[in-house]
Design a protein around this ligand. Structure first.
Ligand code: DGJ
Length: 694
């Protein structure tokens, strides 16, 4: 007997089918099928043919491919009994539960006493499908590997795009050609990591940012993941995502993967990006007060580092407020004897040498000048040189002879006493002071991966969120080392990178927007000479790059010249006027005819307006700017186009372009097919263009 199920939204359909009660297979995923499509017929025609050198029937590429069904590729599940025997599963359908937009398929393996469940939920608004696997066992078993429901990859695709990175260089795109065999990526560092953001995009042939078909995947887990993109000998392709292998140290009777978020787009990579941006913003992140405007941040890290001094910090805060900052974040250095990064992590008590009257004088000052107050913690970490390590050396994770990272060890977050200790210390500070924000850091990889560690971190954050629901949390890990939908379920902002270099940020933000909306992506105006790259960048460029996302300042504001301060104030003022719609806008990556240009268009949800940020990341090879095509406009509508920073045009722009002196009304058709011709500009500058639908 054949049984089939379908999940639909307005633009896509996912069809699963099972025959003879075997594990189900995804037999179709793509543009929405007609409502009356006969699914049994689809099932019978989806099978590929058999020729010489093949088995007499092709093994199923199921939601969890099984070796016992002669599947020739990577299996979806590897599990062992406690005596080490491998349990070769052969699941049979026990029941299917389908609701509006949801499907749960439960399979039973009598011989091994295992139940495997695949769950799917489609979100009609965001177009994201969540898929998750779980395993239950009669007796405790060892889990080596479990994939979230396995999804076949499209055949009309020549390459896949995934993400690499490093400290100060997050979200670098890798393009890898499909070929027989597999692309295997695994992050065994115990955190999401700079190196392997858990995302994958599979463009179909010819797809660009703005057109064509694309499939995208994100695994929402902060403990390190494994990805397999495999082309089988018969040409079929499978995508697997799950926790990194062997992450479960102890035998258990229940395991589950994190949710795998997937989406299909028939309008380019932007279709996937907008789906993830909206899903994250509207379904994953829970802002304490969703109606409140995102405040402009001031973070003191690059202003003072560990050198905390109350009068200096007050004066910096006052200057930051004059510039337009609305939230002051006190970074590392306020606790224990934390004079540098060699000591005091875990000693979460205010340093009386730096703050003889506690934090209140600073907090009160910050409040008196109209800003709210945030504070830095790195809860999962401990320095060997700390009072807590001296008292509880057994709380540290890993052996005594382990390699330290930034002079620190991780705490064993699976220990209830560690969780209680951290909860008490953080809660005490939050109860005793008016603090509305935590920057939550995580600056080293783990000595070994262990899923219990991630579960422990999640439990601690959840408990704090339960008691302090008004406190916002920023996820930071040496910049962008812990960015994923799992951490963002319980936090509200990410620190994309420790690089405040606007040129690096421009590119990173561009790529990160494939998954992240502006509302959660922190971006700060750094010092004139960037502390991590040494580059000197003009204030206009630094300010506009920060204004593309959740804007902030991170420098000593006393270094600013009057002119720099005036520019920064103006851009912050512009950002505040526009943030309400921009923080909900769709970020659309534009195709640029000039590789020196990194450009995006932020489109209001009601399509009444947009802003395009056109960054010049390098010197162009041709002499004059090439027109830049916009996207997703109404072809018949007219848009009033204004180059809002036209007074930044250099003297070397000698032409008489209309945009340099006035606004122009242009049709969507013209803007999307010819594009805007902008004035000549220096590298490391940004044009900002507003469009208002007339
Ligand atoms: C690493 C973070 O990414 C920085 O922003 C800063 O908070 C430092 N840690 C503090 O130690």
């Amino acid at each position: 007997m054949i049984q089939c199920w379908r999940l639909d939204d307005r633009r896509q359909t996912l069809v699963l089918g099972s025959q003879r009660d075997h594990l189900a297979e995804v037999i179709y995923w793509g543009p929405k099928l007609p409502d009356d499509e006969d699914l049994s017929t689809l099932f019978s025609v989806h099978a590929i043919d058999v020729t010489g050198g093949m088995l007499d029937l092709n093994p199923e590429l199921s939601v969890s491919p099984e070796a016992t069904r002669t599947f020739p590729g990577q299996p979806g599940l590897i599990v062992r009994a406690t005596d080490g025997t491998q349990l070769l599963t052969k699941f049979c359908l026990e029941r299917a539960e389908a609701g509006p937009g949801t499907l749960q398929l439960v399979f039973w393996d009598e011989q091994n006493g295992l139940t495997y469940t695949a769950r799917f939920a489609i979100n009609a608004q965001t177009h994201v499908i969540e898929a998750q696997s779980s395993l239950e066992a009669r007796e405790p078993v060892h889990l080596h590997w479990m994939s979230a429901p396995v999804i076949p990859a499209p055949q009309l695709s020549d390459e896949m795009i995934d993400f690499a990175g490093r400290w100060c260089g997050e979200f670098q795109l890798n393009r890898t050609a499909w070929s027989p065999g597999m692309r295997f990526r695994e992050n065994r560092t115990g955190r999401t990591g700079h190196e392997h953001f858990p995302g994958l995009i599979i463009p179909c042939r010819g797809a660009t940012n703005t057109q064509g078909q694309a499939y995208a995947f994100h695994y929402g887990w902060s403990g390190g993941h494994k990805m397999i993109a495999e082309e089988l000998p018969d040409g079929r392709r499978q995508i697997q995502f799950g926790n990194a292998e062997h992450m479960e140290v102890a035998p258990r009777t229940r395991f589950e993967t994190a949710p795998l978020y997937i989406t299909f787009s028939d309008d380019g990579l932007n279709g996937c990006a907008v789906a993830f941006q909206r899903h994250l913003r509207d379904e994953i992140v829970h802002m304490p007060d969703a109606g409140r405007a995102r405040p402009v941040h001031f973070n003191c890290w690059e202003a003072v580092y560990f050198d905390h001094n109350l009068p200096a910090l007050k004066s910096i805060a006052s200057r930051a407020a004059e510039l337009g900052a609305e939230r002051f974040v006190l970074d590392d250095g306020w606790f224990g004897r934390r004079d540098d990064d060699t000591r005091a992590l875990s000693d979460w008590e205010v340093d009386p040498r730096k703050y003889p009257d506690g934090l209140d004088p600073l907090i009160e000052h910050v409040h008196s000048i109209g800003m709210t107050f945030g504070i830095w913690f790195e809860p999962e970490m401990i320095n060997p040189d700390s009072n807590i390590h001296r008292a509880h050396p057994d709380w540290a994770l890993g052996g005594e002879d382990q390699i330290l990272g930034r002079n620190q060890k991780a705490l064993n977050m699976a220990l209830p006493e560690v969780q209680d200790f951290l909860f008490d210390r953080i809660a005490t500070l939050l109860r005793d002071h008016t603090i509305e924000y935590i920057k939550w850091d995580h600056n080293r990889v783990l000595p070994m991966p262990d899923a219990a560690q991630t579960r422990g971190s999640y439990a601690l954050i959840d408990r704090l969120r339960g008691e302090f629901p008004h406190v916002e949390i920023e996820s930071c890990a040496s910049g962008g080392g812990r960015i994923d939908f799992g951490i963002l379920k319980r936090t509200h902002r990410i620190w994309l990178s420790d690089s405040n270099d606007a040129l690096e940020r421009l590119k990173m933000q561009h790529n990160a927007s494939l998954f992240l909306p502006a509302a959660v992506t922190g971006s700060h105006v750094g010092p004139r000479q960037c502390h991590t790259s040494g580059r000197v960048l003009d204030m206009h460029f630094r300010a506009w790059v920060a204004a593309q996302r959740h804007m902030g300042i991170e420098m000593n504001p006393h270094e600013l010249t009057d002119e720099e301060a005036a520019v920064l104030q103006r851009v912050i003022g512009w950002w505040k006027q526009n943030r309400d719609w921009m923080m909900k806008a769709d970020i659309l990556r534009l195709e640029s005819a000039d590789p020196a240009i990194v450009a995006e268009q932020q489109m209001a949800t009601d399509h009444s307006r947009f802003v395009a940020f056109v960054g010049k990341a390098a010197t162009s090879s041709q002499i004059a700017p090439r027109p830049l095509r916009l996207t997703r406009l109404d072809p018949d509508a007219r848009y009033r186009i204004t180059l809002i920073n036209r007074d930044s045009a250099s003297g070397l722009s000698r032409g008489t372009l209309t945009l340099k002196s006035e606004s122009v009304d242009l049709s969507g058709t013209y803007l999307m097919n010819h594009g805007l011709t902008l004035p000549w500009s220096f590298p490391e500058t940004m044009w900002v263009i507003e469009g208002l639908r007339q």
